[in-house]
Write a protein that binds this ligand. Sequence first.
Ligand code: CIZ
Ligand code: SF4
Length: 319
Amino acid sequence: AIEKLELKVRVRQLLKEKQAVLVAHYYVDAELQDLAEETGGCVSDSLEMARFGRDHPAKTLVVAGVKFMGETAKILSPEKTILMPDLDATCSLDLGCPADEFAAFCDAHPDRTVVVYANTSAAVKARADWMVTSSIGLDIVAHLHAQGKKILWAPDKHLGGYIQKQTGADMLLWQGSCLVHDEFKGIELDVLKAEHPNAKVLVHPESPAAVVALADVVGSTSQMIHAAKTLDAEEFIVATDNGILHKMQMAAPTKRFIVAPTAGNSATCKSCAHCPWMAMNGLRNLVQVLESGNNEIQVDPVVGQKAKVCIDRMLDFAA
Ligand code: CIZ
Ligand code: SF4
């Protein structure tokens, strides 16, 4: 405990010294989330992290999250130094959608508007017409559908399938998934619901359709936190990374939050409701990168400029 306190003091010192600001995702350790907030940084979803970093005057952004978040920060703020506690922190959606295979897929369907989820590499974004996050994907696809556009969607098949069902758009789906959300199970959730008949169910749309079907609210991380705060219920079952419970509990201290069930045993559940890559962010490696300046995120400027077009399109749409 003393070591943790010392590390936190050191992080505060270093952030000041290096004119750096810490941006953290809802899925990282609670102590990193708190530190980000207490030091004038931010805790949020991937979209807000990028926007906050872009608009902040700091010279250096330290991104406690996963690689695509660091890349997006760099794309929006090429003049800033972007550091990450661990450069190996990636995402199964990003890994499952290599840029060369994705480009071939797009080439095979030139009549489709290419819409990609934020959880992709800079190179994949560079090939896309639009980037979306889970909070705005539905609205953007509905907008494109209303214009008669056919869509090529990547990489998350569950989120794509959900948006397809909601909008009725013609969507060709890349078959990727998030290894955390993919583990939530509809049958077990139904049983848990029966045991907690008054609980409201909050589900992130990266979850399988059988889980989404049981939701009271389907939404992005920020939308789920908002629902936890505003819905008239004392108990909630939550299907997303358990890192989010920290913010939910702060937003609604008297309410009770239960993590939705994953596959029953640890042999089949590699990542029970917690992202192994988000978990690579800690106090110790945070201090190390601030001290050394190592682990800088680089994005090829040409790729970055192309990728920025589809991100800015979303930001303009959202504004
Ligand atoms: O699952 C993720 O990585 C999410 C929800 C990212 C984000 O904040 O959009
Ligand atoms: Fe990727 Fe899933 Fe981890 Fe989010 S929780 S970073 S989608 S693997």
